[in-house]
Design a protein around this ligand. Sequence first.
Ligand code: MN
Length: 239
Amino acid sequence: MKRPIIGITGGYAKYDSYSKGVFAHHDYHHSVLACNGVPLILPIVDAETLKAQIDLCDGIIFSGGMDIDPFFYNEEPHQQLGELYPDRDEFEIEAIRYALAQKKPLLAICRGLQIFNVALGGTLFQDIPSQVENTFNHSQKPPRKRPTHWVYLEGESRLKQIFETDKVRVNSLHHQAIHHVADSLVVVGKASDGIIEAVEYPNHPFAVAVQWHPESMTKECALMKKLFQTFVNVSGQTI
Ligand code: MN
C-alpha cells in the first residue's frame, strides 16, 4: 500500500549568516514517520506553486512558529507582539483556503490553529497575558513534551471521537490565542481559563486544529499518537 505523503509547512529561521532558511521542528516529521506517513517539508512559495505542492500531498500539517502579522486580521500591532514573518502568513492563508477547497485532510498545530482562524476571517489575541484577564500561564518552560494544563472537549467532535474522553492534558507553548472565532469554525476544546484550545471545520474529511503541540507528545502519550495516526490514516484513504 502506498504510504500517505504528509506536507509540513516550513517556517523561516536564521542560525547565523551561513545558515538560514526553511525550518520545521523535527518532532513533526518524527511523528509522521512513527505513523508510517512520508513527511515532506514545504518551503514558502508563490500562490501557483503552493497549489502544486498541496496537490502532491495527501495531508497537510500547518506547523508552529512565529506570531501572525495582525495586518491579516485588520489590527494594529500590540506592544507585546512577537517576531513576524508575513511572507509565511500570506503563503499559509492561501494554502489553507486551497487545502479546504480540495478537501485535503489537514492538522493545524499551535500557530497553525491561529492562521487557520485568520484565513477564515477570525481574529487573535496578540498577547494573552496583557490582553486577557485571569488566564494561567500558557507559555511553559521546556521540555516541550511535558503536559502542563487540561483541555476540556465540548460537544460532538472529531477530537472527542479520537480521544474517547472529555478532557486531555496538554503542553502549552503559546502567548497568542483565538479571539473572535471564524464563522465557519466550531470550537471543540477550551482550557479552564476560557482560552480556545481546539477548533474544527465541519463537513470535511479531517480539518482539526489544536493550540498545543501533539507532535512533541506522541512518544509518551498514547492519545496524541492516536491523533497523529488517525490523521495519517485519513490522509491515506484519499489516495
Ligand atoms: Mn495552552
